[in-house]
Unconditional design. Structure first.
Length: 319
């Protein structure tokens, strides 16, 4: 492996780590948002002196309002974390070029360097608006349907409790179990419909997946635009053996990493043919750069000094 590969892919791996940290932080935020919604719902319920019809009507409105608030907050968090995920991926290309610029004192125009850091707005839109997915559903649409389901589940607990003439304290306890930790075996018997449906589970999974997809599509977009990238390489995650192969056998990732479908070398794909990673896949799509840093630096230098190199015009087109 030559030094340009090593540089690019070590920048890429740093970016993956950064994206993973951002994901952990984002999931934490989601948990907090759900917790505060749950606290408010329980607080309001505990001010009741008993569940009268009038009270439950009022509470129903309150649930709607809290779910609306929850959905809005989740949508905000997901938009910003997806944008940041794209920025982290785009920074790999920017840092790569900056490194070469410094190493060979090329004096590349600042606007060009900035351009190398820009995200692909179209792809961000496709992830957020849903065009990337077969069903075309936007993230906010998915978030709304989870929120509505949460609201229905809460309603179901109230209605069922009242039909069974439970005391309002018992009902609140059930509500608390559902909203806080939904693993009590008695709760399981009573509410089979709800069991194990952690209230924040779907939103967490949705965001984790979307952030991974965003990083992936931006990373592929960088490679597609980069004239020095000959291919992308499917690198199995370090935990692939213990998490996957030892427990469940090989999966499609082993196939990607071990095949040479395009005669570009084992595990290599043209950038526009790299498969989309399955959910929870931790493999990395690195890029293959045949030219060394010296060669790339020399070429960029000649281009800056006026030599006509059309693929560099293409790559660093500004404006
Ligand atoms: Zn994988």
């Amino acid at each position: 492996m030559n030094n340009s590969n090593a540089l690019y892919n070590s920048l890429l791996k740093d970016a993956v780590n950064e994206k993973n940290k951002l994901t952990a932080k984002t999931l934490n935020k989601i948990i907090k948002i759900y917790e505060s919604t749950a606290d408010d719902l329980l607080k309001k319920a505990s001010t009741s002196r008993g569940f009268t019809r009038a009270w439950t009507k009022d509470y129903e409105r309150y649930i709607k309002y809290k779910i609306l608030e929850l959905n809005n907050e989740l949508a905000k968090v997901s938009d910003s974390s997806i944008r940041t995920s794209a920025e982290i991926a785009a920074s790999v290309q920017g840092d790569f070029l900056s490194y070469i610029n410094n190493k060979y004192t090329l004096d590349i125009d600042k606007s060009m360097l900035e351009f190398a850091y820009t995200t692909n707005e179209k792809l961000i839109g496709q992830i957020i608006q849903g065009g990337f997915y077969k069903d075309n559903r936007s993230l906010s649409d998915r978030i709304w349907s989870y929120g509505n389901q949460n609201g229905k589940d809460i309603q179901y607990i109230l209605t069922k409790g009242m039909a069974e003439q439970k005391s309002y304290l018992e009902i609140i306890k059930d509500l608390e179990k559902f909203l806080k930790s939904n693993t009590d075996p008695d709760f399981k018997k009573t509410y089979t419909k709800l069991y194990n449906r952690k209230v924040d589970y779907n939103a967490q999974r949705l965001l984790r997946t979307a952030m991974n997809h965003m990083f992936y599509v931006q990373n592929v977009s960088n490679a597609k635009n980069n004239p020095y990238a000959e291919a992308m390489h499917w690198e199995l995650s370090a935990e692939h053996g213990t998490r996957q192969v030892d427990r469940f056998g090989e999966d499609e990732c082993d196939d990607y990493a071990n095949s040479d479908y395009y005669n570009l070398g084992q595990g290599n794909f043209p950038p526009d043919k790299v498969p989309v990673p399955h959910p929870n896949c931790l493999c990395i799509q690195t890029i293959v750069i045949p030219k060394s840093l010296d060669e790339i630096g020399r070429e960029l230098g000649e281009w800056i000094n006026g030599k006509d190199i059309s693929y560099l015009d293409e790559w660093l087109k500004v404006g």
